[in-house]
Design a protein around this ligand. Structure first.
Ligand code: TRP
Length: 331
């Protein structure tokens, strides 16, 4: 069975776009591959979070992914910093990662622009740590979006370079596992692109949002002044609301409002009220699970321990072999 690795950013709560996109695919993949999913808390140190924020973020992400359906009995679900072997492999890979190629990475250039006062070495070597995350389990498949394509290419470069340097076909090449064409696209509430793409809390509906918050966000969604001709094409922001309806509402509801729109009788206030209630109903089971898991400390501890043990089994085997290959041998 092929091995899959994916790192989950430890900041940011899950929104509907994540849920109907990546997460549903993770849930499916668990059964088809040997999956390692981890919370990338080491990567998050590049932005210098406070200890309390760091822990809170990791906990929230773990809780939400469990609530959304990742099964720690099937996949290996762990916290990156619980597996020190990753940091060790990162050190080895750093010895043959070159300044020039690291500086050319687009994500590094973006970060330099975004945080000019904190251009630390961790930021520069972020792709090396990401390569270590993946090849520590000798994974071949990485379910990530287009924005991670360059990082994946660098991971292949570092894996191949290690193999060549030590004349040993040890690490396989990891490739992106791209779902983007088969994914349902969930638009945001700001009338523009995908949910979560633009800044601002109001653009996205989070799985942990309370019903009142969801109602407020949906009621504030951007609309136009309404159709003036029958069967008029829908402008982007209206199409977005219908696209959301397609995902969370019944077909009857969707067709009802579509008919009202096409006959110029639609009242956006009513449409949004319906959409909000349907979103609340669609997310209710996950919202409840988030709450119950978040308050179950012993369960979370058990999940994290179990995940760390399974991840370290695989990681320590790799490190043992890598040390031998490099020439760290016992006397
Ligand atoms: N860079 C990824 C992101 O921004 C997160 C990540 C870190 C990752 N390590 C990884 C993804 C390893 C896949 C595999 O989303």
């Amino acid at each position: 069975m092929e091995t899959v690795v994916s790192g989950i950013r430890s900041t940011g709560r899950l929104h509907l776009g994540n849920y109907y996109g990546a997460i549903q695919n993770f849930v499916k993949m668990q059964r088809e591959y040997n999956c390692y999913f981890f919370i990338a808390d080491l990567h998050s140190l590049t932005t210098h979070p406070t200890p309390a924020d760091l822990h809170g973020n990791v906990k929230q992400v773990l809780v939400e992914y469990l609530a959304a359906g990742l099964d720690p009995e099937i996949a290996t679900l762990y916290v990156q910093s619980d597996v020190p072997e990753v940091a060790e492999l990162y050190l080895y890979l750093n010895m043959s990662a070159y300044l020039g190629e690291l500086e050319r990475s687009t994500s590094f250039k973006d970060k330099v622009r975004a945080q000019p006062d904190n251009v630390n070495a961790g930021l520069l070597t972020y792709p090396v740590l990401m390569a270590a995350d993946i090849i520590i389990h000798r994974a071949t498949k990485v379910p990530v979006g287009k924005d991670q394509e360059q990082h994946l290419e660098m991971a292949r470069t570092f894996a191949n370079r290690f193999n060549r340097m030590y004349k040993h076909e040890y690490f396989p090449e990891p490739y992106a596992f791209n779902f983007s064409n088969s994914l349902v696209k969930i638009p945001g509430l700001d009338g523009k692109g995908k949910m979560g793409k633009s800044e601002g809390e109001a653009n996205a509906v989070y799985l942990s949002d309370e019903p009142e918050v969801i109602r407020k966000k949906v009621m504030r969604a951007v609309t136009d002044s309404g159709p003036t001709m029958d069967n008029q094409p829908k402008p982007q922001e209206i199409q977005n609301l219908f696209d959301l309806m397609k995902v969370v509402s019944s077909e009857d509801t969707y067709l009802h409002f579509d008919h009202l729109y096409n006959t110029c009788q639609v009242r956006y206030g009513d449409l949004k009220k319906q959409l909000a209630e349907d979103m609340i109903a669609a997310t209710a089971p996950i919202r409840e699970k988030i709450k119950s898991i978040a308050s179950d400390g012993p369960y979370l501890r058990q999940v994290a321990r179990h995940g760390a043990i399974k991840a370290r089994e695989s990681a320590s085997k790799t490190i043992r072999e890598v040390r031998e290959i490099i020439g760290f041998r016992s006397f």
